[in-house]
Design a protein around this ligand. Structure first.
Ligand SMILES: [Zn+2]
Length: 182
């Protein structure tokens, strides 16, 4: 899935805070956005979908961090919980798309995301055929609803920015491999 889908998911994960701890909702949403981006930094360092994607291990942080945030809510505990939850969800959700190959629609790979405890790659589900596919943009749009309606300030601004990036990326996606050597 493309980055705007993951960042919008981070905001969705923070949305329940509006009901239970509204004073930490914005910081939680911003941490969720950061956690949605973080795993894909392995595009630049190490091996993409392996070095910073942990479909299992992030949960070892995310679940205790969520418990800690519930028991002792503060900006720091909520931010760490949302960051790690969002990174964990990102790493699992990539399994439901295609692999990291440049042209998933033409030359599909069988490597979606690396499952470290088993030392092997998960095979892509392709429920979303490739990152930047029209259905990926639909997902971004749906997941952006809480960020647009229930949040203000920088969360709403970043949600709008994510939507713009998503629309542009979807529009040019199939031409990207012609210009970028990835
Ligand atoms: Zn990813």
């Amino acid at each position: 899935m493309m980055s705007p889908t993951h960042t919008a998911t981070g905001v969705v994960l923070a949305t329940p805070l509006l009901a239970v701890a509204p004073e930490f909702a914005a910081v939680g949403a911003l941490a969720g956005i950061a956690g949605g981006i973080f795993p894909d930094l392995d595009l630049f360092v190490g091996e993409h979908r392996k070095t910073l994607h942990f479909p299992v291990y992030y949960w070892l942080f995310a679940l205790p961090a969520t418990l800690l945030a519930a028991l002792s809510p503060s900006a720091a505990t909520v931010a760490f919980a949302l960051f790690s939850l969002s990174a964990a969800v990102h790493s699992v959700v990539d399994w439901f798309g295609a692999g990291p190959e440049p042209r998933p629609w033409a030359e599909p790979s069988d490597q979606a995301v690396f499952l470290h405890p088993r030392g092997q790659w998960l095979v892509p589900k392709r429920w979303v055929r490739y990152d930047g596919a029209p259905e990926d943009l639909v997902l971004t749009g749906l997941l952006s609803v809480p960020g647009l309606l229930y949040f203000g300030g920088s969360v709403r601004t970043l949600t709008v920015a994510g939507l713009v990036v998503g629309v542009v990326y979807t529009a040019v996606r199939k031409r990207v491999p012609d210009y970028v050597d990835i």
